[in-house]
Design a protein around this ligand. Structure first.
Ligand SMILES: *[C@@H]1O[C@H](CO)[C@@H](O)[C@H](O)[C@H]1NC(C)=O
Ligand SMILES: *[C@@H]1O[C@H](CO)[C@@H](O)[C@H](O)[C@H]1NC(C)=O
Ligand SMILES: *[C@@H]1O[C@H](CO)[C@@H](O)[C@H](O)[C@H]1NC(C)=O
Length: 399
């Protein structure tokens, strides 16, 4: 039996022959291989030199190994109580999040409630936007201690946690845990099947019930944060774009999966592909849970070897909100080993050099400016990676 990480995606994936993706370079085979191999190394060398120089030049700078993110004083803000939570009346009904993520609503009821959106854009109270971390899991969260530390001290005012797992799975987190009572009513979700994206919508809908949530990030039990919470919070809440990978792939694993029945809503030229691990701002999340134009067609027509979780968001958001998505994911994953599954990293893989390499993989645009911080999360990590990660996180990852 494989470890959690190794098995997470795989079971259904291999059966369905879900291929590797997520690397737009695959869509452009014209690039010569040696250059492709060389580029990351040059980039790492350049970035490493820069980081080193910055460390030497800035006296008092902490020895935080990865490309630096500016850390705002978000924690100070979280220590103040937002007005709406002071408990003076009826507004609370709309602004106070439920204590538990559990409820008795059916999916139909849930999606309806979650699709509501105020037309008045200005909030009549001081609202601190929260980041909702949505864990799509099968059961246990072996890397939970790392996440506990990541969230520690940031205060529940700035984030919220939702966990979708196999129905019947009963987690056992103590009341002090960020995962305590954060399980949402769940249904079977299998990799490669349509019910996978149903689960992602269900997570989004549950997270939308808290009107304080502004950014919604999907993670799995094999994901780890690459930066401290304040940096991640700022990166997401200050971004003008949602982080959804989207590229045009003319090959059989891209355009080849287009289904004629999707027209006229989606034309073959509009067909896009991207990694499953998305990050959405609130209005796009509302759009997704409320979509009754594209989603029913995708559910019906996009069957293996077409995968809803690889094509629905990249395609539909490129049509409906092209300027609002960054066309890249903030979750790093390694497809370089080829095959149907991304690489899983265990105890033997995780060291300082590895984490530095992961964080400095590429440059990208952030709010229209070149940035060397492109990834906030990485996957996939096996449970055995927990101890080395816990050991390296304070100096290398900033938490
Ligand atoms: C769900 O319904 C059951 C039975 O009607 C009830 O006991 C339980 O308290 C309800 N749970 C919530 C979260 O409302
Ligand atoms: C959270 O931080 C407090 C104070 O810094 C510390 O005592 C506690 O052990 C930390 N908890 C975790 C899970 O890291
Ligand atoms: C993402 O790609 C679309 C084309 O599909 C483009 O219109 C949009 O500007 C791109 N977004 C960014 C942030 O570059």
């Amino acid at each position: 039996m494989q470890m959690q990480g190794g098995g997470a995606a795989p079971a259904a994936v291999s059966v369905n022959g879900k291929d590797s993706f997520g690397n737009p370079a695959r869509a452009a085979p014209s690039r010569s291989l040696p250059l492709k191999l060389l580029k990351p190394f040059l980039l790492i060398a350049v970035l490493a030199t820069g980081v080193l120089a910055a460390g030497l030049l800035l006296p008092g700078a902490s020895s935080y190994g990865l490309p630096r993110l500016t850390v705002p004083d978000v924690l100070a803000a979280s220590r103040q109580t937002p007005c709406a939570e002071k408990g003076d009346g009826a507004l609370e009904r709309w602004t106070r999040p439920p204590a538990s993520a559990w409820h008795n609503m059916t999916d139909e009821e849930l999606l309806w409630v979650a699709s509501m959106q105020p037309r008045v854009r200005r909030y009549p109270y001081r609202r601190l936007p929260k980041v909702a971390f949505m864990f799509l899991t099968r059961g246990p969260l072996p890397l939970a201690p790392l996440w506990e530390r990541f969230f520690n001290g940031s205060g529940p005012v700035l984030f919220s946690v939702y966990v979708h797992s196999t129905p019947g799975y009963r987690p056992d987190f103590p009341p002090t845990s960020v995962f305590y009572r954060r399980q949402v009513p769940s249904q079977v979700a299998r990799w490669g099947e349509t019910n996978m994206f149903d689960a992602e919508r269900r997570l989004l809908a549950n997270a939308l019930l808290d009107s304080g949530n502004e950014r919604f990030v999907l993670v799995s039990e094999t994901c780890v944060p690459l930066h401290g919470f304040p940096a991640v919070y700022r990166y997401l809440t200050q971004s003008r774009h949602s982080f959804v990978g989207s590229f045009y792939d003319p090959g059989p694993h891209g355009r080849g999966r287009y289904r004629a029945g999707l027209a006229p809503e989606v034309s073959p030229e509009q067909w896009r592909k991207g990694a499953q691990w998305f990050e959405l701002e609130r209005s796009l999340a509302v759009f997704v849970v409320g979509d009754d134009r594209y989603y029913p067609k995708f559910r019906e027509l996009c069957r293996p070897p077409c995968y809803v979780d690889e094509h629905y968001l990249p395609t539909v958001l490129s049509i409906e909100a092209a300027g609002r998505i960054a066309n890249r994911s903030v979750t790093w994953v390694d497809w370089s080993r080829g095959g149907a599954h991304p690489a899983t990293f265990g105890e033997a893989d995780v060291g300082e050099a590895f984490l530095t390499k992961v964080a400095a993989q590429q440059t990208c645009l952030y709010n229209g400016q070149p940035s060397e911080v492109c990834f906030l999360f990485a996957r996939k990590f096996a449970p055995s990676a927990l101890q080395p990660l816990l050991a390296l996180a304070p100096t290398l990852l900033g938490y």
